[in-house]
Design a protein around this ligand. Sequence first.
Ligand code: 1HN
Length: 362
Amino acid sequence: MTTKRFHDDDSAVDDFYAEVATADLQPLWTQEGLLTKTPARLRPHLWRWKTLRGLAERSGELIGIDRGGDRRVLSLSHPDLCGLPFATHTLWGAVQYLRPGELAPAHRHSPAALRFVLEGSGVWTLVNGDPLHMAPGDLVLTPSYTWHEHHNPGTEPMIWFDGLDLPLVRNLDAVFFEPGSDTLTEYEPRLRSRSEDHFAAPGLVPVGAEAVAVQDPASGRFSRLLAYRWSDVDAALDRLLGSTGGAQATIRYADPVTGADVMPTLRAEIHRVLAGHRTKPVRRVGSGIWVVHRGSGASVVGGTRYSWSAGDMFVAPSWATVSHEADADADLFLLSDEPVLEAIGLARTEGAGRADGAPDDN
Ligand code: 1HN
């Protein structure tokens, strides 16, 4: 296959274009849309929970867990991305469905992943052998190249949101994948993981060799804490709102040792907006996937209004202005690629003011 051939009314120029194409070259002066004034490659898009849940459930009836890489996953496929199974140019978003008694066996890969639980409980995700219990609202991390497997020994099916940096890692052509062994991993089904035993005490971090051993999956680049419990997040948001007296609060999930983002490529946040409140419009470079955890309301994204309720998910494209309004107290989970933009000096934000929703002082 040769590269794209350009045409011109002048036959000499047209011949020249033919030769250029044969040589696998393209003239810059024929390119359109390469240097946009501002980021403009994606429109916002919303997926409804009713649809996601219904189709995830049907995938559970129709498709064995052994099909498709041992994971029963429906990816958010943005209509602007030409059929790719990607939510944005950098972010993978999906719903994963695991029936009672099922096991999604161990594997590891260079893309980093996180799970935000939507419905059901009783799954353990083992990350390098550390069993992480999963219940609604919990955030569970599987850092790059950690072994991970999902066990559902319980009685109810579970659905969770999968977020990965796979599109970014794939575009960097840095994907590595390795299936695990066939032997069943034994684990103790504790409600608290080893990583929480070591790193979930606020402001307290262990000193010594044992702590270093637990850091191993992270090797300092990923959060040492691998599970963030909804009860802790909920209480932290309540206390933040109580102390500021504001109508909105945002919490970033962080490495308890360094305060850095959970992954070098992924930022995770929870935004609480109280009923009747509308957040100030903000725009940022980089894309995000919003997952509604609780409540109902609407967001205006890039000038289009999307109403939502629990389980709905939507993409906020780079540089699109985002503002939320809640009809009922709402919690929105946000996955974004902002750490990447920050690391390479391309981060830009407009409109972000005080985090508590109170008016700016000046
Ligand atoms: C993956 O490993 C999981 O382990 C889920 O649960 C979704 C999407 C793309 C590539 C790998 C999982 C994934 C994935």
